[in-house]
Design a protein around this ligand. Structure first.
Ligand code: CDT
Length: 301
C-alpha cells in the first residue's frame, strides 16, 4: 500500500473587509490541527486568501486587481509556507493570479514538503457572466475577472503519487477528470465556492446543490479510479451564503469523510493510492476499453 494522509481544510466565510493576514492565520491554525491529526498534505479552497470577490461588480475591472496576487509566495502568505515546511507538509490552495503580463487567472498550486511549488493549475471552466445582470439574484462575474486557464489539466508526481488539480466548476465536467485520468491520476484536489442558491432558478436550494456536488465528485472519482479531495469555502460572506460539503471520495466513488457545518474545520483520511489500481486495471483500463473512434464530437465545436 501507499498511504497518503490528506486533510481537507474547509474555510468558513471571509468578509470583504478582512485582510489576507486574518485568513492566513486561520489557515495556519487548520494546518496545525491537520498535522496533529497525522496529515501529510493539506488542501484549502478556491480563492482561499480573500472573500469570493467575483460576486462584486466593478465597472472598471482594474478596481478588482487588489484581490489578486502578483507573486507566490508573497509576504502575506509566507508564514503559511514557513509553517508547512516546518511541519514537512505538502499543501494546495487557490488564489487569484495577476501575471507580470497583466493576465488574470483563477489559480491553484501544489506545494511539496520542502515548500517548493511543483504544480500550477489555472481554472478552465469559468462559470457566470461578464456584465452586470440585473435579472440574477446575485452576480457571478468570473468571466469578467478571469480568462480561461491556459495550462490544461496536467498531473504531477508528488509525495509518492500522481496528483492533479481542478477548481470548483471544473468538477461538474467529466472531461476535467478524464484528461487527468488518461495520465493516470491518483488524487485530484479541488477547492470550491458554491453559492447555496441558484441565481437563475428560484427553488434550487442547498439540498439540490449539495446533491449535484456529490454526484459530480463521486462520479469523477469512480469513472477515473482516483481519490478526490473537495474543499469548500462556506458560510455567509457579507450576506451571500455558500454551501459546505467538504469531502473526500475514494476511487470507488464512495464518500469516506465529510465535514459537517460551514465553519473552519478539517477532515483527515489516510488514502491508499494503491486503491486506484483495481479500477485502472479492470473496468476503467482506458487502453483496452475506450472507443475513441466514437468520441470525436466531444472535441468538436
Ligand atoms: N466558484 C465556482 O465556480 N462556483 C460555481 C457556481 C456556479 S453558478 C454560477 C460552481 O460550479 O460551483
Amino acid at each position: 500500500s501507499r498511504i497518503l494522509t490528506v486533510a481537507a481544510a474547509q474555510l468558513g466565510p471571509i468578509q470583504k473587509a478582512e485582510g489576507r493576514d486574518i485568513v492566513v492565520a486561520r489557515m495556519i491554525a487548520l494546518m496545525d490541527e491537520a498535522k496533529a491529526k497525522g496529515a501529510e498534505l493539506i488542501v484549502y479552497p478556491e480563492l482561499a486568501l480573500t472573500t469570493f470577490f467575483p460576486r462584486w461588480h466593478h465597472e472598471d475591472r482594474a478596481e478588482a486587481d487588489h484581490w489578486f496576487e502578483t507573486a507566490m509566495p508573497n509576504p502575506a502568505v509566507q508564514p503559511l509556507f514557513d509553517r508547512a515546511r516546518e511541519h514537512g507538509m505538502g499543501m494546495s490552495f487557490g488564489y487569484a493570479e495577476l501575471t507580470p503580463e497583466g493576465r488574470h487567472f483563477n489559480t491553484s498550486i501544489l506545494v511539496d514538503r520542502e515548500g517548493t511549488i511543483v504544480g500550477k493549475y489555472r481554472k478552465i471552466h469559468l462559470p457566470g457572466h461578464v456584465e452586470f445582470d440585473p435579472e440574477r439574484a446575485h452576480q457571478h462575474l468570473e468571466k469578467r475577472y478571469f480568462e480561461p486557464g491556459d495550462l490544461g489539466f496536467p498531473v504531477w508526481r508528488m509525495m509518492g503519487g500522481l496528483m492533479g488539480m481542478m477548481i470548483c466548476n471544473d468538477r461538474r465536467w467529466p472531461e476535467s477528470y478524464r484528461v487527468m485520468g488518461l495520465q493516470g491520476v491518483e488524487m485530484v484536489v479541488l477547492g470550491f465556492n458554491t453559492p447555496s442558491v441558484n441565481s437563475q432558478k428560484a427553488g434550487e436550494g442547498m439540498a439540490q446543490r449539495l446533491f449535484h456536488h456529490r454526484l459530480s465528485v463521486q462520479a469523477g472519482a469512480y469513472q477515473n479510479a482516483t481519490w478526490v479531495v473537495a474543499v469548500a469555502k462556506a458560510g455567509d460572506e457579507d450576506g451571500h451564503h455558500c454551501m459546505g460539503g467538504t469531502l473526500i471520495v475514494n476511487p470507488d466513488g464512495e464518500i469516506v469523510a465529510e465535514l459537517v457545518g460551514e465553519a473552519d474545520g478539517v477532515i483527515v483520511h489516510a488514502c491508499d493510492l494503491d486503491d486506484t489500481r483495481f479500477g485502472k486495471e479492470t473496468i476503467f483500463d482506458f487502453k483496452r476499453h475506450r472507443r475513441i473512434e466514437h468520441y470525436g464530437p466531444i472535441t468538436a465545436q
